[in-house]
Design a protein around this ligand. Structure first.
Ligand SMILES: [Fe+2]
Ligand SMILES: [Fe+2]
Length: 222
């Protein structure tokens, strides 16, 4: 068998895997995001498999923590309480799953500095409610949607165990994105479209700008 015959098969397999992973993402989610993850970030992630998992564990923990802080602050919002309680439990379960995977792979959990991503969004949150809550919920929707999109981008390049795990995460983070967006729209008295557009633009800039350290939500390598 000559190489000219085997080569196209490999290319076809890769593109089929990419198409398969892309199919996990809803059209609505892709439309919501201001840009796709650049290829340079995917390549950077694959060069840093340990950092990817450690920072991923951090992100799951932070996602649970954000949901918990909303539970404490907005006790008069029953729908938010139900959704955030479910979300916090799911994020902590994801955290446990990532830590277990790290242990099985001999990856030591260590502290990492946060990427500029979340802070780059949160610095624009308006200080007083109800605007504050609207902004936090929109940012929540963006972080969940981006995580979902990044998991799908990584899946075709990962080993079977990690790919299978990330496929399950695409589904749950996709649901979290929908819940945050629904809550932002439901709990605001005024239209939220212009605020969504503002944060979508900020988020896309953070994703496309150069970063010195690789993180799950970093931009492209500087
Ligand atoms: Fe999660
Ligand atoms: Fe999530």
């Amino acid at each position: 068998m000559s190489e000219t015959l085997t080569e196209p098969v490999v290319v076809a397999d890769t593109s089929a895997a990419v198409a398969d992973a892309e199919a996990l993402l809803s059209a609505e989610l892709l439309e919501f995001l201001g840009c796709r993850t650049p290829d340079a970030w995917v390549a950077w992630a694959l060069e840093n498999p340990e950092l990817l998992l450690i920072d991923h564990a951090q992100c799951e923990k932070k996602a649970a923590s954000t949901a918990m802080s909303l539970l404490y602050r907005y006790v008069d919002q029953p729908l938010l309480l139900t959704k955030m309680s479910q979300l916090a439990r799911e994020e902590l379960l994801h955290f446990e799953q990532v830590v277990k995977l790290m242990e099985a792979r001999g990856i030591a959990y260590r502290h990492l500095s946060a990427s500029r991503y979340a802070e780059g969004l949160r610095r624009h949150v308006r200080p007083a409610d109800p605007e504050r809550l609207t902004d936090i919920l929109i940012i929540g929707a963006l972080i969940e949607a981006r995580s979902c999109e990044r998991f799908a981008r990584l899946i075709p390049h990962l080993d079977a165990e990690l790919a299978k795990f990330y496929r399950t995460l695409v589904k749950s983070e996709g649901r979290h994105y929908e819940d945050y967006l629904m809550l932002a729209q439901h709990l605001s008295d005024s239209p939220v479209e212009s605020r969504i557009a503002f944060f979508v633009e900020r988020e896309a800039a953070l994703i496309q700008e150069p970063d010195t350290a690789f993180r799950f939500h970093s931009g492209v390598p500087a």
